[in-house]
Design a protein around this ligand. Structure first.
Ligand code: GRF
Length: 192
């Protein structure tokens, strides 16, 4: 039995790609049924095309967040997705969506949560002066970058790190961690 995924992404889509590569390599028994994006120019759309994944751009209206989430939610249900994976999705999900898919939404964040929530987590880590940072996969809850942690990976922070160099080191771990965490969580829910 393979777990059916929906991916929500706003940008470059490198985590999305790492999931597709893990599926291709046979490391994750899964199928991405749909990519949903709030940005018409998201790199993730090109990746979907490359891997022949069904995709949908839904324009996002800050004053009517519910409209986006209803459309996305309907599509996700129509595609019979078991789990929703946020991969660089840059909007905050409303309680409506979180409740509609309770415990079925995963997120990846580039810090060791609960430290450095929100935007520019790597910059926050450098500014704070931590010596270790990393990435976290967690179940999405109503508060941003919160919810039960599924998996974490640590990386060292070096004195001469820049935001770019630290982000790159963390991203390398994100790409390894996300497919593993999805598999572990899907197994726990007996979806695979
Ligand atoms: C990643 O660092 C992820 O942790 C964060 O946004 C970034 C998305 O990168 N939530 P990409 O679009 O997957 O390349």
């Amino acid at each position: 039995m393979a777990v059916n995924l929906a991916v929500l992404a706003s940008g470059r889509g490198s985590n999305f790609k790492s999931i597709l590569q893990a599926i291709e390599a046979g490391d994750l028994d899964s199928s991405v049924k749909i990519l949903v994006t709030d940005r018409g120019n998201a790199g993730a759309l090109r990746i979907a095309e490359e891997y022949d994944v069904n995709s949908k751009y839904i324009p996002y209206d800050r004053d009517n967040r519910r409209a986006f989430e209803e459309q996305a939610g309907d599509l996700i249900e129509e595609n019979e997705c078991d789990l929703i994976v946020m991969a660089g999705y840059m909007r905050v999900l409303t309680p409506y969506f979180i409740r509609r898919f309770e415990n079925r939404i995963l997120n990846i964040h580039p810090s060791l949560l609960p430290a450095f929530k929100g935007l520019h987590a790597q910059r926050q880590a450098l500014e704070y002066g931590v010596k270790i940072s990393g990435c976290t996969v967690h179940i999405a809850s109503e508060d941003m970058d919160s919810g039960p942690i599924i998996a974490q990976r640590a990386v060292p922070v070096f004195d001469d790190d820049t935001e770019e160099s630290l982000s790159e080191r963390i991203l390398g771990e994100e790409h390894k961690l996300y497919p593993i965490a999805i598999r572990e969580y899907a197994e726990k829910l007996e979806l695979i």
